[in-house]
Design a protein around this ligand. Structure first.
Ligand code: HEM
Length: 475
Protein backbone atom coordinates (compact mmCIF):
# COMPACT_ATOMS: atom_id res chain seq x y z
CA UNK A 1 0.00 0.00 0.00
CA UNK A 2 1.30 3.43 -0.81
CA UNK A 3 1.14 6.11 1.85
CA UNK A 4 0.89 9.89 1.73
CA UNK A 5 3.45 11.59 -0.50
CA UNK A 6 3.97 8.60 -2.67
CA UNK A 7 3.88 10.78 -5.78
CA UNK A 8 4.01 14.49 -6.38
CA UNK A 9 2.65 16.08 -9.52
CA UNK A 10 0.66 19.02 -10.86
CA UNK A 11 1.99 22.46 -11.59
CA UNK A 12 3.97 24.18 -8.88
CA UNK A 13 2.14 27.06 -7.30
CA UNK A 14 3.86 30.40 -7.41
CA UNK A 15 6.17 31.40 -4.60
CA UNK A 16 5.36 34.54 -2.68
CA UNK A 17 7.63 36.74 -0.68
CA UNK A 18 7.17 38.47 2.62
CA UNK A 19 9.21 41.13 4.30
CA UNK A 20 10.23 40.50 7.88
CA UNK A 21 11.11 43.14 10.42
CA UNK A 22 13.96 41.24 12.03
CA UNK A 23 14.78 38.40 9.72
CA UNK A 24 18.27 37.88 11.11
CA UNK A 25 17.20 36.41 14.44
CA UNK A 26 13.62 35.36 13.87
CA UNK A 27 12.27 32.76 16.27
CA UNK A 28 11.44 29.26 14.94
CA UNK A 29 8.29 27.96 16.63
CA UNK A 30 8.36 24.34 17.80
CA UNK A 31 7.03 21.60 15.52
CA UNK A 32 7.60 17.86 15.05
CA UNK A 33 10.67 17.19 12.90
CA UNK A 34 9.32 15.52 9.73
CA UNK A 35 10.93 12.24 8.69
CA UNK A 36 12.89 12.47 5.40
CA UNK A 37 11.00 9.64 3.69
CA UNK A 38 7.25 8.98 3.77
CA UNK A 39 6.28 6.64 6.62
CA UNK A 40 5.51 2.97 5.97
CA UNK A 41 2.20 1.46 7.07
CA UNK A 42 2.89 0.59 10.72
CA UNK A 43 4.85 3.75 11.44
CA UNK A 44 2.08 5.74 9.72
CA UNK A 45 -0.70 4.20 11.81
CA UNK A 46 1.24 4.68 15.04
CA UNK A 47 1.99 8.33 14.21
CA UNK A 48 -1.67 8.92 13.26
CA UNK A 49 -2.81 7.58 16.64
CA UNK A 50 -0.14 9.49 18.60
CA UNK A 51 -0.24 12.81 16.82
CA UNK A 52 -1.42 13.28 13.20
CA UNK A 53 1.03 16.19 12.82
CA UNK A 54 3.83 13.59 12.88
CA UNK A 55 2.53 11.73 9.83
CA UNK A 56 3.92 14.09 7.24
CA UNK A 57 7.35 13.60 5.72
CA UNK A 58 9.56 16.45 4.52
CA UNK A 59 8.29 15.92 0.97
CA UNK A 60 4.80 16.92 2.03
CA UNK A 61 6.07 20.45 2.61
CA UNK A 62 7.47 20.67 -0.94
CA UNK A 63 4.91 18.98 -3.17
CA UNK A 64 1.94 20.88 -4.62
CA UNK A 65 -0.17 17.72 -4.82
CA UNK A 66 0.38 14.21 -3.58
CA UNK A 67 -1.64 11.06 -3.95
CA UNK A 68 -1.69 7.92 -1.84
CA UNK A 69 -4.14 5.07 -1.32
CA UNK A 70 -5.60 4.40 2.12
CA UNK A 71 -7.67 1.20 2.52
CA UNK A 72 -8.09 1.31 -1.25
CA UNK A 73 -9.37 4.91 -1.33
CA UNK A 74 -7.27 7.40 -3.34
CA UNK A 75 -6.23 10.16 -0.94
CA UNK A 76 -5.00 13.53 -2.23
CA UNK A 77 -3.21 16.21 -0.24
CA UNK A 78 -3.46 19.54 -2.02
CA UNK A 79 -1.16 22.52 -1.54
CA UNK A 80 -1.53 24.22 -4.91
CA UNK A 81 -3.55 27.42 -4.30
CA UNK A 82 -5.11 27.28 -7.79
CA UNK A 83 -6.28 23.70 -7.27
CA UNK A 84 -7.52 24.53 -3.76
CA UNK A 85 -9.59 27.30 -5.25
CA UNK A 86 -10.94 24.92 -7.87
CA UNK A 87 -12.05 22.35 -5.26
CA UNK A 88 -13.29 24.65 -2.50
CA UNK A 89 -14.87 27.39 -4.63
CA UNK A 90 -15.28 26.77 -8.37
CA UNK A 91 -16.32 23.12 -8.15
CA UNK A 92 -17.30 23.09 -4.46
CA UNK A 93 -20.52 21.17 -5.14
CA UNK A 94 -18.43 18.18 -6.13
CA UNK A 95 -16.76 17.95 -2.70
CA UNK A 96 -18.82 16.68 0.24
CA UNK A 97 -17.73 16.56 3.86
CA UNK A 98 -15.65 13.46 4.49
CA UNK A 99 -17.64 10.56 6.05
CA UNK A 100 -15.25 10.06 9.01
CA UNK A 101 -15.69 13.66 10.12
CA UNK A 102 -19.45 13.32 9.79
CA UNK A 103 -19.41 10.09 11.82
CA UNK A 104 -17.53 11.84 14.61
CA UNK A 105 -19.39 15.14 14.74
CA UNK A 106 -22.92 14.47 13.56
CA UNK A 107 -24.07 12.53 16.64
CA UNK A 108 -23.16 15.60 18.70
CA UNK A 109 -23.96 18.55 16.42
CA UNK A 110 -26.82 16.85 14.49
CA UNK A 111 -28.35 19.31 11.98
CA UNK A 112 -26.09 22.24 12.94
CA UNK A 113 -24.42 24.18 10.12
CA UNK A 114 -21.02 22.48 10.46
CA UNK A 115 -22.42 19.00 9.88
CA UNK A 116 -25.40 19.83 7.64
CA UNK A 117 -25.19 18.83 3.99
CA UNK A 118 -27.13 19.49 0.76
CA UNK A 119 -30.43 21.35 0.96
CA UNK A 120 -30.41 21.47 4.78
CA UNK A 121 -26.98 23.16 4.71
CA UNK A 122 -28.09 25.68 2.03
CA UNK A 123 -31.26 26.60 3.93
CA UNK A 124 -29.42 26.91 7.25
CA UNK A 125 -26.57 28.99 5.82
CA UNK A 126 -29.13 31.33 4.23
CA UNK A 127 -31.11 31.59 7.46
CA UNK A 128 -27.89 32.42 9.39
CA UNK A 129 -26.84 35.30 7.15
CA UNK A 130 -28.78 37.93 9.16
CA UNK A 131 -27.21 36.63 12.40
CA UNK A 132 -23.60 37.15 11.28
CA UNK A 133 -23.93 40.61 9.69
CA UNK A 134 -21.01 43.03 10.25
CA UNK A 135 -23.35 45.20 12.34
CA UNK A 136 -24.19 42.35 14.71
CA UNK A 137 -20.56 41.25 15.02
CA UNK A 138 -19.41 44.81 15.74
CA UNK A 139 -22.18 44.98 18.33
CA UNK A 140 -20.43 42.21 20.29
CA UNK A 141 -17.17 44.17 20.62
CA UNK A 142 -18.02 45.91 23.94
CA UNK A 143 -18.88 42.55 25.59
CA UNK A 144 -15.63 41.04 24.30
CA UNK A 145 -13.70 43.94 25.73
CA UNK A 146 -15.48 43.97 29.10
CA UNK A 147 -15.00 40.21 29.60
CA UNK A 148 -11.32 40.46 28.67
CA UNK A 149 -10.75 43.34 31.07
CA UNK A 150 -12.42 41.50 33.95
CA UNK A 151 -10.32 38.45 33.15
CA UNK A 152 -7.08 40.50 32.90
CA UNK A 153 -7.79 42.04 36.30
CA UNK A 154 -8.14 38.63 37.89
CA UNK A 155 -4.80 37.55 36.39
CA UNK A 156 -3.14 40.81 37.50
CA UNK A 157 -3.94 39.80 41.06
CA UNK A 158 -1.88 36.64 40.43
CA UNK A 159 1.32 38.50 39.48
CA UNK A 160 4.33 36.12 39.58
CA UNK A 161 2.24 32.94 39.54
CA UNK A 162 2.60 30.31 36.82
CA UNK A 163 -0.66 29.24 35.17
CA UNK A 164 -1.60 26.95 32.29
CA UNK A 165 -2.28 29.72 29.82
CA UNK A 166 -3.87 27.35 27.34
CA UNK A 167 -6.57 26.45 29.89
CA UNK A 168 -6.89 30.10 30.94
CA UNK A 169 -7.62 31.09 27.34
CA UNK A 170 -10.35 28.43 27.21
CA UNK A 171 -11.92 30.04 30.29
CA UNK A 172 -11.76 33.49 28.69
CA UNK A 173 -13.19 32.49 25.31
CA UNK A 174 -15.88 30.38 26.99
CA UNK A 175 -16.88 33.39 29.06
CA UNK A 176 -17.03 35.58 25.94
CA UNK A 177 -19.00 32.96 24.02
CA UNK A 178 -21.62 32.38 26.71
CA UNK A 179 -21.96 36.15 27.18
CA UNK A 180 -22.53 36.69 23.44
CA UNK A 181 -24.82 33.65 23.19
CA UNK A 182 -27.00 34.08 26.24
CA UNK A 183 -26.00 37.35 27.97
CA UNK A 184 -25.43 35.32 31.19
CA UNK A 185 -29.10 34.36 31.20
CA UNK A 186 -28.78 30.55 31.34
CA UNK A 187 -31.75 28.55 32.66
CA UNK A 188 -29.59 26.30 34.81
CA UNK A 189 -26.58 26.25 37.08
CA UNK A 190 -23.69 27.89 35.12
CA UNK A 191 -20.94 25.65 36.54
CA UNK A 192 -22.82 22.45 35.70
CA UNK A 193 -23.55 23.81 32.21
CA UNK A 194 -19.84 24.62 31.70
CA UNK A 195 -18.88 21.09 32.84
CA UNK A 196 -21.33 19.46 30.42
CA UNK A 197 -20.05 21.66 27.66
CA UNK A 198 -16.43 20.75 28.42
CA UNK A 199 -17.26 17.02 28.34
CA UNK A 200 -19.15 17.40 25.08
CA UNK A 201 -16.26 19.24 23.42
CA UNK A 202 -13.76 16.67 24.69
CA UNK A 203 -15.94 14.02 23.05
CA UNK A 204 -15.86 15.92 19.74
CA UNK A 205 -12.09 15.48 19.57
CA UNK A 206 -12.14 11.75 20.29
CA UNK A 207 -11.75 9.36 17.37
CA UNK A 208 -13.02 5.87 18.14
CA UNK A 209 -11.00 3.05 16.48
CA UNK A 210 -14.32 1.73 15.15
CA UNK A 211 -14.73 4.98 13.22
CA UNK A 212 -11.34 4.68 11.56
CA UNK A 213 -12.10 1.09 10.61
CA UNK A 214 -15.36 2.17 9.00
CA UNK A 215 -17.43 -0.06 11.34
CA UNK A 216 -21.23 0.19 10.96
CA UNK A 217 -23.01 2.86 12.99
CA UNK A 218 -25.05 0.34 15.04
CA UNK A 219 -21.89 -0.87 16.83
CA UNK A 220 -21.76 1.21 20.03
CA UNK A 221 -18.77 3.55 20.55
CA UNK A 222 -18.17 3.25 24.27
CA UNK A 223 -16.54 6.67 24.73
CA UNK A 224 -19.54 8.28 23.07
CA UNK A 225 -22.00 6.47 25.31
CA UNK A 226 -20.14 7.76 28.37
CA UNK A 227 -20.52 11.39 27.25
CA UNK A 228 -24.20 11.06 26.35
CA UNK A 229 -25.40 12.28 29.75
CA UNK A 230 -23.36 15.48 29.44
CA UNK A 231 -24.72 16.15 25.95
CA UNK A 232 -28.28 15.59 27.09
CA UNK A 233 -27.80 17.99 30.00
CA UNK A 234 -26.25 20.61 27.71
CA UNK A 235 -29.23 20.38 25.38
CA UNK A 236 -31.78 20.48 28.21
CA UNK A 237 -30.30 23.75 29.49
CA UNK A 238 -30.18 25.24 25.99
CA UNK A 239 -33.83 24.24 25.40
CA UNK A 240 -34.98 25.77 28.69
CA UNK A 241 -32.94 28.94 28.04
CA UNK A 242 -34.46 29.30 24.57
CA UNK A 243 -37.96 28.77 25.96
CA UNK A 244 -37.43 31.49 28.55
CA UNK A 245 -36.14 33.87 25.89
CA UNK A 246 -39.05 33.11 23.55
CA UNK A 247 -41.40 34.07 26.37
CA UNK A 248 -39.52 37.32 26.96
CA UNK A 249 -39.52 38.15 23.24
CA UNK A 250 -43.29 37.60 23.16
CA UNK A 251 -44.01 39.58 26.31
CA UNK A 252 -41.49 42.42 26.16
CA UNK A 253 -39.24 42.37 23.08
CA UNK A 254 -37.51 45.64 24.07
CA UNK A 255 -36.01 43.94 27.12
CA UNK A 256 -34.52 41.00 25.20
CA UNK A 257 -30.74 41.34 24.80
CA UNK A 258 -29.41 41.42 21.24
CA UNK A 259 -27.26 38.31 21.61
CA UNK A 260 -26.87 35.21 19.40
CA UNK A 261 -29.88 33.55 21.04
CA UNK A 262 -32.24 36.42 20.25
CA UNK A 263 -30.79 36.72 16.73
CA UNK A 264 -31.27 32.99 16.11
CA UNK A 265 -34.82 33.02 17.47
CA UNK A 266 -35.63 35.84 15.06
CA UNK A 267 -34.34 33.99 11.98
CA UNK A 268 -36.75 32.77 9.33
CA UNK A 269 -36.61 29.16 8.28
CA UNK A 270 -35.08 27.31 11.24
CA UNK A 271 -37.08 24.92 13.44
CA UNK A 272 -36.70 24.89 17.24
CA UNK A 273 -34.59 21.72 17.02
CA UNK A 274 -32.36 23.29 14.35
CA UNK A 275 -31.82 26.39 16.48
CA UNK A 276 -30.77 24.13 19.35
CA UNK A 277 -28.39 22.19 17.06
CA UNK A 278 -26.82 25.43 15.91
CA UNK A 279 -26.28 26.68 19.45
CA UNK A 280 -24.50 23.40 20.23
CA UNK A 281 -22.52 23.94 17.01
CA UNK A 282 -21.47 27.48 17.98
CA UNK A 283 -20.35 26.14 21.34
CA UNK A 284 -18.45 23.29 19.66
CA UNK A 285 -16.86 25.38 16.90
CA UNK A 286 -16.61 28.76 18.50
CA UNK A 287 -14.38 29.02 21.54
CA UNK A 288 -11.83 26.20 21.75
CA UNK A 289 -10.52 27.35 18.34
CA UNK A 290 -10.12 30.98 19.41
CA UNK A 291 -8.62 29.91 22.75
CA UNK A 292 -5.89 27.91 20.98
CA UNK A 293 -5.12 30.86 18.67
CA UNK A 294 -4.75 33.21 21.67
CA UNK A 295 -2.64 30.79 23.71
CA UNK A 296 -0.19 30.16 20.86
CA UNK A 297 0.04 33.87 20.03
CA UNK A 298 0.99 34.76 23.60
CA UNK A 299 3.54 31.95 23.69
CA UNK A 300 5.12 33.02 20.37
CA UNK A 301 5.30 36.64 21.51
CA UNK A 302 7.00 35.50 24.73
CA UNK A 303 9.78 33.97 22.59
CA UNK A 304 10.19 36.96 20.27
CA UNK A 305 10.87 40.01 22.46
CA UNK A 306 11.08 42.45 19.52
CA UNK A 307 7.73 41.37 18.20
CA UNK A 308 6.20 41.51 21.67
CA UNK A 309 7.61 45.01 22.17
CA UNK A 310 6.03 46.09 18.86
CA UNK A 311 2.59 44.81 19.93
CA UNK A 312 2.92 46.35 23.40
CA UNK A 313 3.96 49.70 21.88
CA UNK A 314 0.95 49.60 19.56
CA UNK A 315 -1.63 48.88 22.25
CA UNK A 316 -0.04 51.29 24.75
CA UNK A 317 -0.07 54.10 22.19
CA UNK A 318 -3.45 53.46 20.60
CA UNK A 319 -5.87 51.94 23.11
CA UNK A 320 -6.25 55.16 25.11
CA UNK A 321 -7.31 56.89 21.86
CA UNK A 322 -9.68 54.13 20.76
CA UNK A 323 -12.55 53.93 23.22
CA UNK A 324 -14.66 51.88 20.79
CA UNK A 325 -13.32 48.30 20.63
CA UNK A 326 -15.24 47.75 17.39
CA UNK A 327 -12.45 49.71 15.68
CA UNK A 328 -9.58 47.65 17.11
CA UNK A 329 -9.46 44.95 14.44
CA UNK A 330 -8.68 47.60 11.79
CA UNK A 331 -6.68 49.97 13.94
CA UNK A 332 -4.24 47.52 15.59
CA UNK A 333 -2.37 45.99 12.62
CA UNK A 334 0.59 44.65 14.62
CA UNK A 335 -1.66 42.92 17.13
CA UNK A 336 -3.70 41.38 14.33
CA UNK A 337 -0.54 40.35 12.43
CA UNK A 338 0.78 38.49 15.49
CA UNK A 339 -2.53 36.60 15.79
CA UNK A 340 -2.58 35.75 12.09
CA UNK A 341 1.05 34.59 12.10
CA UNK A 342 0.28 32.38 15.12
CA UNK A 343 -2.66 30.85 13.20
CA UNK A 344 -0.27 30.24 10.29
CA UNK A 345 1.94 28.11 12.53
CA UNK A 346 -0.78 26.54 14.62
CA UNK A 347 -4.02 26.66 12.59
CA UNK A 348 -6.80 25.94 15.11
CA UNK A 349 -8.53 23.84 12.42
CA UNK A 350 -5.54 21.96 10.98
CA UNK A 351 -7.33 19.87 8.35
CA UNK A 352 -10.26 20.32 5.98
CA UNK A 353 -11.37 16.96 4.64
CA UNK A 354 -13.60 16.29 1.66
CA UNK A 355 -14.79 13.42 -0.54
CA UNK A 356 -15.02 13.84 -4.34
CA UNK A 357 -18.58 12.99 -5.43
CA UNK A 358 -17.80 12.67 -9.16
CA UNK A 359 -14.45 12.37 -10.94
CA UNK A 360 -12.76 15.74 -11.36
CA UNK A 361 -9.71 17.00 -13.15
CA UNK A 362 -7.63 20.16 -12.98
CA UNK A 363 -4.38 20.70 -14.90
CA UNK A 364 -2.51 17.41 -14.75
CA UNK A 365 -4.34 16.21 -11.62
CA UNK A 366 -7.11 13.63 -12.03
CA UNK A 367 -9.24 12.98 -8.96
CA UNK A 368 -11.36 9.79 -9.22
CA UNK A 369 -14.90 9.73 -7.81
CA UNK A 370 -14.86 8.70 -4.14
CA UNK A 371 -11.35 10.06 -3.45
CA UNK A 372 -10.55 11.64 -0.12
CA UNK A 373 -9.23 15.16 -0.68
CA UNK A 374 -7.31 16.85 2.12
CA UNK A 375 -6.54 20.55 2.48
CA UNK A 376 -4.17 20.79 5.39
CA UNK A 377 -3.46 24.27 6.75
CA UNK A 378 -0.76 22.66 8.92
CA UNK A 379 1.22 21.84 5.75
CA UNK A 380 -0.04 24.58 3.45
CA UNK A 381 0.92 27.29 5.95
CA UNK A 382 4.51 25.99 6.13
CA UNK A 383 4.89 25.05 2.49
CA UNK A 384 8.37 25.72 1.15
CA UNK A 385 7.22 26.83 -2.30
CA UNK A 386 4.66 29.31 -0.96
CA UNK A 387 6.28 31.09 1.98
CA UNK A 388 9.57 32.86 2.46
CA UNK A 389 11.29 31.47 5.57
CA UNK A 390 8.22 29.36 6.42
CA UNK A 391 9.71 28.19 9.75
CA UNK A 392 10.33 31.69 11.09
CA UNK A 393 7.94 33.73 13.21
CA UNK A 394 7.56 36.90 11.13
CA UNK A 395 4.25 38.62 11.91
CA UNK A 396 5.22 41.45 9.50
CA UNK A 397 4.18 39.29 6.57
CA UNK A 398 0.58 39.95 7.66
CA UNK A 399 0.90 43.74 7.91
CA UNK A 400 -1.41 45.52 5.45
CA UNK A 401 1.50 46.60 3.20
CA UNK A 402 2.67 42.97 2.77
CA UNK A 403 -0.64 41.20 2.86
CA UNK A 404 -1.18 41.45 -0.90
CA UNK A 405 1.68 38.99 -1.43
CA UNK A 406 -0.22 36.20 0.30
CA UNK A 407 -2.49 34.29 -2.07
CA UNK A 408 -6.05 33.94 -0.74
CA UNK A 409 -5.70 30.17 -1.10
CA UNK A 410 -2.35 29.67 0.60
CA UNK A 411 -3.63 30.78 4.02
CA UNK A 412 -6.78 29.00 5.18
CA UNK A 413 -7.26 29.30 8.94
CA UNK A 414 -10.99 29.76 8.33
CA UNK A 415 -11.28 27.63 5.17
CA UNK A 416 -12.64 29.06 1.89
CA UNK A 417 -15.60 28.87 -0.46
CA UNK A 418 -19.25 28.37 0.42
CA UNK A 419 -18.37 26.50 3.63
CA UNK A 420 -15.92 29.10 4.88
CA UNK A 421 -16.16 29.63 8.66
CA UNK A 422 -19.29 31.65 9.33
CA UNK A 423 -17.76 32.87 12.60
CA UNK A 424 -14.49 34.14 11.07
CA UNK A 425 -15.12 37.85 11.60
CA UNK A 426 -16.44 37.18 15.12
CA UNK A 427 -13.30 35.15 15.91
CA UNK A 428 -10.84 37.66 14.43
CA UNK A 429 -12.50 40.54 16.25
CA UNK A 430 -12.53 38.58 19.49
CA UNK A 431 -8.90 37.51 19.01
CA UNK A 432 -7.64 41.06 18.51
CA UNK A 433 -9.74 42.57 21.32
CA UNK A 434 -8.68 39.84 23.76
CA UNK A 435 -5.03 40.04 22.76
CA UNK A 436 -4.94 43.82 23.01
CA UNK A 437 -6.75 43.79 26.36
CA UNK A 438 -4.36 41.20 27.80
CA UNK A 439 -1.12 42.68 26.40
CA UNK A 440 -2.03 46.12 27.72
CA UNK A 441 -2.02 44.85 31.32
CA UNK A 442 0.03 41.67 31.36
CA UNK A 443 3.17 40.00 30.06
CA UNK A 444 3.58 36.23 29.98
CA UNK A 445 6.86 34.31 30.30
CA UNK A 446 7.18 30.68 29.30
CA UNK A 447 7.89 28.69 32.45
CA UNK A 448 8.16 25.16 31.05
CA UNK A 449 11.43 23.25 31.03
CA UNK A 450 11.05 22.52 27.31
CA UNK A 451 9.27 24.16 24.40
CA UNK A 452 5.55 23.28 24.12
CA UNK A 453 4.97 20.43 21.69
CA UNK A 454 2.02 20.79 19.29
CA UNK A 455 -0.37 17.85 18.96
CA UNK A 456 -3.41 17.60 16.74
CA UNK A 457 -6.67 16.69 18.40
CA UNK A 458 -9.58 18.58 16.92
CA UNK A 459 -7.49 21.76 17.25
CA UNK A 460 -3.69 22.00 17.61
CA UNK A 461 -2.92 21.96 21.31
CA UNK A 462 0.30 22.29 23.31
CA UNK A 463 0.88 18.86 24.85
CA UNK A 464 0.58 19.10 28.63
CA UNK A 465 -0.60 22.74 28.47
CA UNK A 466 1.22 26.06 28.32
CA UNK A 467 2.90 26.92 31.63
CA UNK A 468 3.39 30.69 31.63
CA UNK A 469 4.41 33.01 34.44
CA UNK A 470 2.26 36.12 34.83
CA UNK A 471 3.91 39.54 35.01
CA UNK A 472 1.74 42.53 35.70
CA UNK A 473 2.80 45.36 33.38
CA UNK A 474 3.58 48.72 34.97
CA UNK A 475 0.73 50.86 33.63
C1 HEM B 1 -10.07 31.11 15.56
C2 HEM B 1 -11.32 30.65 15.54
C3 HEM B 1 -11.91 29.79 14.46
C4 HEM B 1 -11.31 29.04 13.49
C5 HEM B 1 -9.81 28.89 13.21
C6 HEM B 1 -12.36 28.41 12.71
C7 HEM B 1 -12.13 27.59 11.60
C8 HEM B 1 -13.12 27.09 10.80
C9 HEM B 1 -12.89 26.38 9.56
C10 HEM B 1 -11.54 26.08 8.95
C11 HEM B 1 -14.10 26.05 9.04
C12 HEM B 1 -14.37 25.34 7.71
C13 HEM B 1 -14.35 23.84 7.87
C14 HEM B 1 -14.39 23.12 6.54
O1 HEM B 1 -14.45 23.75 5.47
O2 HEM B 1 -14.32 21.88 6.57
C15 HEM B 1 -15.11 26.51 9.97
C16 HEM B 1 -16.47 26.35 9.82
C17 HEM B 1 -17.40 26.78 10.72
N1 HEM B 1 -17.18 27.57 11.84
FE1 HEM B 1 -15.38 28.26 12.47
N2 HEM B 1 -13.56 28.77 13.23
C18 HEM B 1 -13.35 29.63 14.30
C19 HEM B 1 -14.32 30.25 15.07
C20 HEM B 1 -15.67 30.08 14.91
C21 HEM B 1 -16.70 30.75 15.68
C22 HEM B 1 -16.41 31.82 16.74
C23 HEM B 1 -17.90 30.25 15.28
C24 HEM B 1 -19.31 30.59 15.73
C25 HEM B 1 -19.64 31.53 16.55
C26 HEM B 1 -17.64 29.27 14.25
C27 HEM B 1 -18.60 28.54 13.60
C28 HEM B 1 -18.38 27.78 12.47
C29 HEM B 1 -19.43 27.10 11.73
C30 HEM B 1 -20.91 27.08 12.10
C31 HEM B 1 -18.83 26.49 10.63
C32 HEM B 1 -19.51 25.68 9.53
C33 HEM B 1 -19.80 26.58 8.34
C34 HEM B 1 -20.45 25.85 7.18
O3 HEM B 1 -20.17 24.67 6.96
O4 HEM B 1 -21.24 26.50 6.47
N3 HEM B 1 -16.28 29.21 14.05
N4 HEM B 1 -14.48 27.16 11.02
Amino acid sequence: MSLPHASGHSSAASASASSPTSAARAFRPPAPVPPEAPRRTVSFVLAAARNPLEIWSRRAFREPVSRADWLGVPTFTINDPALIRHCLVDNARNYAMQPLRQRLLRPILRDGLLTAEGELWRRTRRAMAPVFTPKNILGFAPVMRARTEGFAERLMARDGETVDLSFQMTLLTYDILQATLFSDDIAGEPQAFARSMERTIAQMGRVDPLDILNAPAFLPRLGRLAARGAQEHLRQVIRATAEKRRALLAADPERAPNDFLTLLLKTDGLSEAEIEDNIVTFIGAGHETTARALGWTLYLLSQAPEERAAVEAEVDALLPELPDPATWLDRLPRTRAALEEAMRFYPPAPSLNRTAIAADSFGSTDIPAGSTVLFLPWILHRHETLWEAPDEFRPARFLPENRGRIDRFQYLPFGAGPRVCIGASFALQEGVIALAGLVRRLRFHHAGTRAPYPVQRITIQPRGGLPMRIERRPN
